[in-house]
Write a protein that binds this ligand. Sequence first.
Ligand code: FAD
Ligand code: NAD
Length: 443
Amino acid sequence: MRIVIVGGVAAGMSAASRARRQDPEAQIVVFERGDWISYGACGLPYVLGGDVKDFDALVARTPAQMRARGIGVRLGHEVTGVDSTAATITVQDRVSGQTLTEPYDRLLLATGVSALRPDWAQTDLSGVHFLREIPDGQAIEASLKGARRACVVGAGYIGIEMADALRARGLSVVLLEKAPEVAGRMLDPEYQRLVRAELEQHDVDVRCNTGVVSLTGRDGRVTGVQTEDGLVRADLVIVAVGIQPRTELARAAGVRLGKSGAVAVNARQETNVPGIYSAGDNTECIHRVTRRKVHIPLALSANRMGRVAGVNMAGGDARFPGVAGTGIFKVFELGAARTGLTQTDADTLGLNAVSVDVKSTDHAGYYRDAQPIFVRLTGERGSGRLLGAQLVGCGDSVKRVDVVAALLHRRASVQDLFESDLAYAPPYSGVWDVLLVAADRLS
Ligand code: FAD
Ligand code: NAD
């Protein structure tokens, strides 16, 4: 059994490790076009912000450690073609320049996503960056030397985390967003505004409803971003305007894509082409609340899909359970989290949904350092089904979103949440935790 994996980060390396455990005899080879494997891209903004020592700290396992486990790792090897009839792949060895043909019995596509690059961002000017991989982070670190003014384009996950990181490094930051508010895809407008207020409180100059026209530069270096509303001067520009799944290989192999544009798979991570599996950010999956196929590229699902694919490719039987649409991010002193559906999501889907908002404190008001926490709980009118939650609050307080996420996986009701026996002591919550208060009001 020869298991070949394309892509050596979250999904690819999880698959390799699980396949090795499932079948100690299988030959397992990972082809990674870059120089890094098995690392947490999620930590990149924190290295750049100074909370994490260096890029090496993000690496979970080195190629040598993987090889010691009997997993072949070929760095600098880009897979450029798949012949599903012959069951071979074509690989370009970046160092030697050679083109290789490699056979497989099982093939996993774990190629992730790439950053969207609008026309105005296709430039050779130095100081203009995207952030997906460790070399992107290293390039930003190099550009930070001597930089004073940053412009971040796109106020989604990466844009917000990078605005925070760049302020921590002492730069002035303008954050441009073409939508009416920041964090538009994650939260309802009221909660988007809380995130924006936190950004502004930390001197990020947030400009929404602002489209970019072009970049300006001098002597090969960026000097600013020309918007519809004028010029933003900047010596460092981060472009974070969204992502798209890398599906070139899948398409070349005759693998079907879903409506989301990501690779379509069944719960075993099998594509429509026998022997070819797909996992991670390039792959769509089932949403537990809506039962629809979605593309929500996040780290836990990438690792979990990889694990499922690894077991199955090596002859076992595992299923991916789907996602609840859970996400969380830090913005200065605040965290923002969501799971399931927002009211906006539910309205778009035509559900008869209703939300309640509760403002409380993250722990007992009489215990020191109590901080505000905002919770929106959304349920379905009539059935009482729990649909989702959004939380904005200090520090770890928003991690209680996980209680709701776990219940969504069980298709629980708002009443089920209200009846849950949640932990209480004054330093951690009120005796009626804010989630219970919200559930009580909604049920
Ligand atoms: P990737 O990590 O993209 O890995 C795919 C690999 O495939 C790449 O190394 C690529 O070089 C390789 N590859 C592609 N094509 C080929 C080819 N043809 N031949 C050989 N190799 C190829 N998620 C969270 O849940 N929480 C977070 O806080 C979070 N923060 C993030 C912060 C940043 C800055 C970024 C960029 C992402 C963040 N994510 C976060 C998302 C998370 O990193 C991804 O969900 C996860 O890395 C996906 O893993 P993957 O293996 O599917 O894809
Ligand atoms: P995103 O989709 O989260 O945000 C892109 C933002 O850019 C949107 O708000 C969009 O309206 C805006 N935009 C689009 N075109 C624009 C333009 N021309 N001018 C100004 N604004 C524009 O995408 P992202 O932040 O680039 O990447 C996010 C991906 O990275 C996520 O899908 C996730 O996989 C991952 N990520 C997750 C986390 C986390 O979970 N905490 C953190 C960082 C990254």
